[in-house]
Design a protein around this ligand. Structure first.
Ligand code: N01
Length: 544
């Protein structure tokens, strides 16, 4: 890890940031400019967050590179050259590392260190911070920039510790890579990670067996090496295009056809879907304006994708098993693949339908379902994450009066704007539950949260204020708005990680705010302009 200057860690920083992914990195940069002393703690041994951990074969972003990049540094966005339409994980990690060097960030980041506890001291109005390396310090402000998909989740399968071969989780992939050549490999799960990894693993493995519980909808990426004219057009208009992207509900500049899918005839509908399919990527869901609102419209898109699966996968029975049924397309995160369905035409790939025969146990040799036993050399768990709240709640967070965040969120996360929680002064979350976060281009949402928090802290500095805290009334109102926005769509009824359904015992609450980037940015800006409406700001003199 190159370090240009020796660390100059403040004994008592003004701000502690947990996590040095894109959010923590940008926040560090902004807060330094305010003259604040900042300490960042990062569990990994370098920057990059998601792109540091998720090194599984085929890992790639499904937002186009020209958009999945920072906009705050005009020179950076002109000088950085992406090699593909959709960048692969190593390139995005290199980009993160480049930013760390360019902005000389690493000297304020303590790597290989997790924040384990945050306890608020009412009298002194500071947070006492503890790390897993035994450091203890105090800071006025803390920011959880720990990512939405950071705490990996293993399946609850008896015998999981007994497997004698090698096991991997896609979200904690070995840095040295894995060579599956000649191996019998089992993959459990068919979410985005699996759908990217399976085609690559299949090319190496002697035999690959995929254990599928719920088929997912996937659309092709149609990735291509970066085209100079495409890159040039973006760079020539970056400020305008970035601004236009913020006018789109998911923060990604793409055309969303405002028509209803059921307002046009079958031939016109098929033509639109085919065009979208050929474009590649998540813009498939923009084919019509009501796909996430109207079940009948949604079903036309779902059936189009099923038709594609049936046309690609030669074995008819296998194609049917791969066709998602019973939930609306897009309400589980749509997957973007390169050759996923085609992979099932290979002779060395087989699919096990866990709906027909569930897994009973993992054995020393492999996997036993109610119907058969399968022997493996390696097992890959592509079983996802304790999303949005898992990593925050893994920290022992105690706010005013010693109340724990775990208790405050016992019935699901409640926040004001996804930025703060009532009872937890001076503690911010970036892209937290209750914000658009995972439903958007994460870099757009990260930049907006970091900018908002930076302006907020600058305002507190100017006023000589000691603390800011969401009021209970504002938080309750916002929780209502988050739920109401979700309930206007088809999302909340699907068993997805958006709603906590993948973690046993986790409250079933649709966590992100689905009101869209334009509305959300406007609300946040208004709240700040109105003197931080819904927040209580306390002066220094009131402290203690
Ligand atoms: O995880 P997932 P992921 N037995 O939770 C299955 C982002 N991402 O890592 O649906 C058998 O989606 C589970 O089955 P089921 C993206 O936001 C982005 O793939 O619960 N199976 C499911 O199939 C994404 O949504 C990118 O029935 C079990 C799978 O494991 C998010 O990360 C790439 C099981 C988990 O799928 C998470 O994706 C990758 C069990 N006991 C990820 N337990 C891009 O940008 C779980 N499963 C492209």
């Amino acid at each position: 890890m190159p370090d240009s200057l020796p660390p100059r860690h403040a004994a008592q920083p003004d701000v502690v940031i947990a996590g040095a992914g894109f959010a923590g990195m940008y926040l560090l940069h902004r807060l330094r400019a305010l003259g604040l002393r900042v300490r960042v703690f990062e569990a990994g041994h370098d920057v990059g967050g998601t792109w540091y951990w998720n090194r599984y074969p085929g890992a790639r972003c499904d937002v186009e590179s020209m958009q999945y990049s920072f906009s705050f540094d005009p020179e950076l966005q002109q000088s950085w050259n992406w090699s593909e339409r959709y960048a692969a994980q190593p390139e995005i990690l290199t980009y993160a590392q480049h930013i760390a060097e360019r902005l000389d960030l690493r000297r304020d980041i303590t790597f290989n260190t997790r924040v384990t506890a945050l306890h608020f001291d009412d009298a002194a109005q500071v947070w006492h911070v503890t790390t897993d390396t035994g450091e203890a310090l105090a800071a006025r402000f803390c920011v959880m920039s720990t990512g939405c998909l950071s705490t990996t989740k293993l399946p609850e399968i008896p015998g999981i510790q007994d497997f004698a071969g090698a096991t991997y989780h896609t979200g904690q992939w070995p840095h040295e890579g894995v060579d599956f050549t000649g191996q019998r490999v089992g993959v459990i799960g068919t979410g985005s990670s699996a759908i990217q990894a399976i085609p690559v693993i299949a090319q190496q493995a002697a035999h690959l067996t995929v254990f599928q519980r719920t088929p997912n909808f996937s659309v092709p990426a149609h990735n291509w090496p970066m085209r100079p004219e495409y890159e040039g057009a973006w760079k020539a208009e970056y400020p305008e295009r970035r601004a236009r992207a913020k006018q789109v509900r998911n923060g990604i500049l793409m055309s969303i056809n405002p028509e209803s899918a059921v307002a046009v005839d079958e031939a016109a509908r098929q033509k639109v879907y085919e065009e979208r399919w050929q474009m590649g990527g998540t813009q498939f869901m923009g084919a019509f304006g009501d796909l996430i609102l109207n079940r009948e419209s949604n079903e036309t898109a779902a059936e189009f994708v099923r038709g594609k699966i049936r046309s690609i996968v030669k074995d008819k029975a296998l194609a049917e098993l791969l066709c998602p049924q019973g939930y609306p397309i897009g309400t589980k995160r749509i997957c973007v693949d390169t050759g996923y369905y085609e992979t099932y035409n290979r002779g060395n790939v087989s699919l096990v339908d866990l709906r027909a025969a569930p897994i009973e146990a993992i054995t020393p040799q492999g996997v036993r379902t109610t119907a058969a036993e399968y022997a493996f050399d390696s097992l890959v768990f592509a079983t996802g994450f304790d999303a949005m709240t898992g990593t925050i709640l893994a920290v022992d967070i105690q706010g005013r009066g010693g109340q724990t965040l775990r208790a405050a969120w016992a019935e699901g996360p409640r926040t004001y704007l996804g930025l703060m929680v009532a009872g937890f002064p001076n503690l911010f979350t970036i892209t937290g539950p209750g914000s658009p976060s995972v439903l958007t281009n994460m870099l757009v949402s990260i930049e907006q949260h970091v900018d908002w928090i930076t302006t907020c802290l600058a305002t507190l500095q100017d006023r000589g204020a000691a603390s800011i805290e969401a009021t209970q009334a504002a938080q309750d109102d916002w929780a209502g708005q988050v739920a109401a926005a979700g309930n206007r769509t088809l999302y909340p009824n699907t068993a997805s990680w958006y709603a906590g359904a993948n973690v046993p015992g986790k409250p079933r609450v649709f966590m992100p705010y689905i009101g869209g980037v334009p509305a959300y940015h406007r609300i946040c800006a208004e709240v700040a302009a109105e003197g931080y409406r819904g927040f209580a700001i306390r002066a220094m003199a009131e402290a203690g």
